[in-house]
Design a protein around this ligand. Structure first.
Ligand SMILES: *[C@@H]1O[C@H](CO)[C@@H](O)[C@H](O)[C@H]1NC(C)=O
Ligand SMILES: *[C@@H]1O[C@H](CO)[C@@H](O)[C@H](O)[C@H]1NC(C)=O
Ligand SMILES: *[C@@H]1O[C@H](CO)[C@@H](O)[C@H](O)[C@H]1NC(C)=O
Ligand SMILES: *[C@@H]1O[C@H](CO)[C@@H](O)[C@H](O)[C@H]1NC(C)=O
Ligand SMILES: *[C@@H]1O[C@H](CO)[C@@H](O)[C@H](O)[C@H]1NC(C)=O
Ligand SMILES: *[C@@H]1O[C@H](CO)[C@@H](O)[C@H](O)[C@H]1NC(C)=O
Ligand SMILES: *[C@@H]1O[C@H](CO)[C@@H](O)[C@H](O)[C@H]1NC(C)=O
Ligand SMILES: *[C@@H]1O[C@H](CO)[C@@H](O)[C@H](O)[C@H]1NC(C)=O
Ligand SMILES: *[C@@H]1O[C@H](CO)[C@@H](O)[C@H](O)[C@H]1NC(C)=O
Ligand SMILES: *[C@@H]1O[C@H](CO)[C@@H](O)[C@H](O)[C@H]1NC(C)=O
Ligand SMILES: *[C@@H]1O[C@H](CO)[C@@H](O)[C@H](O)[C@H]1NC(C)=O
Ligand SMILES: *[C@@H]1O[C@H](CO)[C@@H](O)[C@H](O)[C@H]1NC(C)=O
Length: 775
């Protein structure tokens, strides 16, 4: 942010110089332009010949930035010249002393060149000068102490961006017409003289010098009632920020006092400065609370309070600052919630890093889709999971949530942040697999997920992204390290501290792989005598080659087929995991673990688990349940629900059954909560036979809205036509049940996680529906 502000200072500096100095009249016509071209070509040889063709009364010379040597001393012969504009012309060398002969000069602009040496003191003898601009060169030396007396008509003094030294002349206060004093980016020293008498002063910039003074000098500026721009930072200023700043001009548009040694509090009445569009107190020793009146600065676009010692909550009046574009509060001791920033819907850059902000990250902050430069919440004490709403940050380039206390999974919606180049989530307690959805972030260059609890394999897509830096260290990742892309260069990535994976786990994993391939197709590794022994071939046969007509339903992680075993009596439901979906493999392991030994009275019985290689040599994983068919649709519906429900309920149940370490239980718990959403979507898909990606859906209408809008009366219009025609039961009953199931689905798939129904309530509701259906 500090760097950004510096760039901004430069930009503003050039804005002033370009905008205010550019002369309003121009005498150039075709002949003049020709003369200029000749002038350029012949500048060293015969400048006068060319110059003679000019109208010597009024000259604006623009060489369009073409390198054309130094200023010819002969210009000094044009004694009736009133306007000399040689700005932005890549001129080098020294300013010729002869320019002092231009005794009629009112406008001098030789800024933005490469001029060296001293400013000829004779120039300060031209009393007619109104605009004196030599900014953005490499000029050295001091300014005459009596400048204000010698140039009594001076309105604009532009010396910024040189290497000038010495004191700021007190005599400036005698040039009573002065409107613009631009001295920034030089090496001026000493105290700041009193210029409070300059009643026309609009611009006062002395930033980036070595001025040594007590900040109290700015009290005198309260008399400059036209002041608009005040930049005094990056100097050796001390003392406490005077309350008198609240009495500065209400025209004051930009106030920047950054990187000094001042202390004290922001005056309570800061809200008086209603003209402010930019306020920077960055990098000082200010402390205390930010006064609520800051909310009255309704016009403020940029605010940088970073790098101070501010404490307490940020005032709720920030809600008023809807025009903020850049906001930095970083490196302070702020605490509490950041909810009051949720009205700042025009932010491009938000930096709250290095504070003590706590509580969950408000979804509203994550919904500030205007933020496109950077969202930095790092080094705080945020808890809870990353809000689903992160997906609204579709223009965001850099997201830094690192070094907080965030937990849970990376939300799938993160894959909507398609502009991301930098993603820092390190040093939290995030878990789960690295989501496959991140493969959509094709612009990602720098990814840091280190020091979390991520497990599972290193996804292959990481080797396909154009990453320049990758840190996955200190997690619990397992499996093979990809060899392509970034993984080719050992210096660009870190995987340290994933010990589980690279020692014991790797060996087990490889052993399993080898055994699986040797015995392909093979029996489930999770067996035990209570399970039927079913191979891939058995399942293939039972489901008629996984025939579409046997498809019962499909969900995020795979498809469920009905089938019949060789004995011709045992009906089965086979859940085939889609292993190309990230997380499916984990879901499988989790289910296996959960189902180990469980016989819940309300759940279908698990018959077998098949972990094998299919006939094309791909990994194949399936769960086989008993299937109780009686031919009627209601059963089908119930079975479908039940199959999915079981997956989740089993996980829930498993917590009390599986002998795992506590950290595993936590991750399962979170997975249940996270999966409520997937479960809801799955139900919606199943009953409407529409995909969330259906082209009928747009920005405003998605699968969730589509269904919720139709409930309860128009439910039959949106459900799968197959259900509408093929049912064999009382149609009102079916309709009511469908409406109930779909309201559960809607309640599961609400955008805001905390508005979602709990899995426990889902189970209760589904049981109620089942009871109605079978009554
Ligand atoms: C341009 O300037 C030349 C010489 O000063 C003059 O003769 C000519 O009429 C001017 N042309 C126009 C279009 O003003
Ligand atoms: C030069 O310009 C001035 C003002 O623009 C004009 O009054 C004067 O007649 C011009 N002289 C010549 C020789 O073109
Ligand atoms: C113009 O100025 C140069 C150097 O400043 C000088 O040598 C020359 O004599 C002058 N020419 C005229 C015509 O005044
Ligand atoms: C400015 O001048 C220096 C030497 O004084 C030279 O090295 C540099 O290239 C020049 N820069 C431009 C932009 O002309
Ligand atoms: C400035 O003008 C004064 C008299 O008005 C003169 O004494 C002095 O030498 C001049 N300085 C320069 C550098 O031309
Ligand atoms: C210049 O300004 C100072 C301070 O405002 C004042 O004391 C002094 O008399 C002024 N000098 C002239 C010559 O006006
Ligand atoms: C402001 O100007 C008034 C009148 O010129 C003067 O009395 C007062 O001291 C000035 N205040 C400051 C803070 O310079
Ligand atoms: C601001 O100006 C008012 C009116 O001149 C004055 O009463 C008040 O004391 C000033 N406040 C500060 C903090 O200087
Ligand atoms: C919000 O801004 C308006 C307009 O500047 C102001 O009148 C109002 O007092 C401000 N509200 C707060 C809470 O600061
Ligand atoms: C947010 O901004 C809107 C529009 O300016 C305003 O109506 C609303 O009151 C603000 N919200 C809060 C909490 O201040
Ligand atoms: C690895 O990356 C570093 C840093 O970008 C680079 O200097 C080095 O040449 C690369 N090594 C190879 C083998 O590409
Ligand atoms: C699926 O089963 C139907 C009906 O038994 C049959 O007509 C169809 O050919 C089968 N499809 C495949 C791909 O085996």
């Amino acid at each position: 942010m500090a760097k950004f502000m510096k760039i901004l200072t430069f930009l503003i500096f050039f804005f002033i110089t370009c905008f205010l100095i550019t002369p309003s009249t121009s005498s150039s016509n075709e002949t003049d332009v020709l003369a200029l071209l000749n002038f350029k070509a012949g500048i060293e040889l015969d400048p006068l010949g060319a110059l003679n063709s000019w109208n010597q009364t009024s000259h604006f010379c623009n060489w369009n930035g073409i390198q054309c040597g130094s200023i010819p001393p002969s210009i000094g012969n044009l004694t009736s010249l009133t306007h000399l504009y040689l700005g932005s012309s890549s001129l080098n060398g020294e300013i010729p002393e002869s320019l002092a002969q231009l005794q009629s000069l009112v406008y001098l602009n030789i800024g933005e060149n490469n001029l060296t040496g001293r400013i000829p003191h004779g120039l300060f003898n031209i009393s007619t000068i109104i605009t004196f601009a030599v900014h953005a060169n490499k000029l050295q030396g001091e300014i005459p102490f009596n400048i204000g007396l010698k140039l009594p008509n001076l309105e604009g003094l532009y010396l910024g961006g040189n290497q000038l030294t010495g004191l700021i002349p007190a005599s400036l206060s005698n040039a009573s017409s002065l409107e613009h004093i631009v001295l920034l980016m030089n090496s001026f020293t000493g105290p700041m003289p009193n210029i409070g008498g300059l009643s026309h002063l609009q611009t006062f910039t002395i930033a980036l010098n070595q001025i040594q003074d007590d900040i109290s000098f700015i009290t005198s500026l309260t008399n400059c009632t036209n002041l608009q721009l005040l930049e005094i930072g990056d100097n050796l200023l001390t003392g406490s920020l005077p309350n008198s700043i609240v009495n500065m001009s209400t025209y004051l548009s930009s106030m920047a006092i950054s990187n000094t040694q001042i202390h004290g509090k922001i005056p309570f009445g800061i809200g008086n400065l209603v003209g402010l569009t930019r306020l920077s107190f960055q990098g000082n020793y200010l402390d205390g609370s930010v006064p609520p009146s800051i909310g009255e600065l309704y016009n403020v676009r940029e605010m940088d309070l970073g790098g101070n010692r501010f404490t307490n909550q940020i005032p709720s009046s920030f809600n008023n600052l809807t025009w903020l574009i850049l906001l930095s509060l970083s490196r302070n001791n702020f605490s509490g919630s950041i909810q009051s920033l949720s009205n700042c819907t025009n932010l491009l850059d938000l930096d709250l890093s290095y504070n003590n902000f706590n509580g969950p990250i408000p979804p509203e902050i994550m919904s500030l889709s205007s933020i496109s430069i950077s969202l930095n919440l790092s080094y705080n004490s945020f808890v809870g999971s990353i809000p689903f709403e992160v997906g609204f940050l579709s223009s965001l380039t850099k997201l830094d949530l690192s070094n907080n206390r965030l937990s849970g999974f990376i939300p799938r919606s993160l894959s909507s942040c398609l502009s991301l180049q930098t993603l820092y989530l390190e040093a939290n307690s995030l878990e789960g697999e690295i989501p496959g959805g991140l493969s959509a972030l094709t612009g990602l260059q720098d990814l840091d997920l280190s020091r979390n609890n991520f497990f599972g394999p290193i996804p292959r897509f990481l080797s396909e992204l154009r990453l320049e830096k990758l840190n996955l260290s200190h997690n619990r990742l397992q499996g093979e390290v990809p060899i392509m892309g970034i993984f080719r260069n050992r210096t660009l990535f870190s995987l340290d501290g994933n010990e589980e994976l690279f020692s014991v786990f790797l060996i087990i994993f490889l052993y399993k792989q080898i055994m699986a391939r040797k015995k392909s197709p093979t029996m489930p590794s999770l067996n035990g005598n209570q399970f039927l022994r079913l191979s891939y071939a058995d399942l293939l046969k039972a489901t008629d080659g996984f025939n579409e007509t046997n498809l019962v339903g499909s969900g995020r992680y795979g498809s469920v087929y009905k089938g019949i075993l060789d004995d011709e009596t045992t009906l089965i439901a086979v859940k085939v995991l889609n292993l190309s979906i990230r997380g499916a493999s984990k879901s499988f392991l989790a289910e296996c673990n959960a189902l180990r030994g469980i016989r819940h009275r309300n759940l279908l019985k698990i018959l077998s688990v098949c972990e094998s290689i299919d006939f094309r040599g791909n990994d194949f994983k399936a769960l086989v349940y008993e299937f109780k068919e009686n031919g009627s649709l209601d059963r089908w519906l119930y079975q479908k629900i039940n199959l999915q429900l079981m997956t989740l309920a089993c996980l829930h149940e498993s917590l009390s059954h599986i002998n795992v370490t506590p950290k595993y239980s936590t991750s399962y718990m979170v997975s249940i909560q996270g999966d409520v959403y997937s479960y809801g979507i799955l139900l919606l898909e199943m009953f409407t036979k529409k995909r969330p990606t259906d082209e009928a859906f747009s920005d405003h209408i998605n699968l969730h809205n589509y269904v919720s809008n139709a409930l309860p009366d128009r439910v039959m219009e949106i459900v799968d036509p197959f259900i509408q025609t093929e049912h064999g039961m009382n149609s009102n009953k079916i309709k009511d049940c469908l409406a109930s199931v779909l309201s559960i689905a809607v309640a599961c798939s609400r955008t805001v996680p905390r508005n979602r129904i709990s899995m426990k309530d889902v189970v209760i509701e589904l049981h109620k529906i089942r009871d109605v259906l079978y009554r």
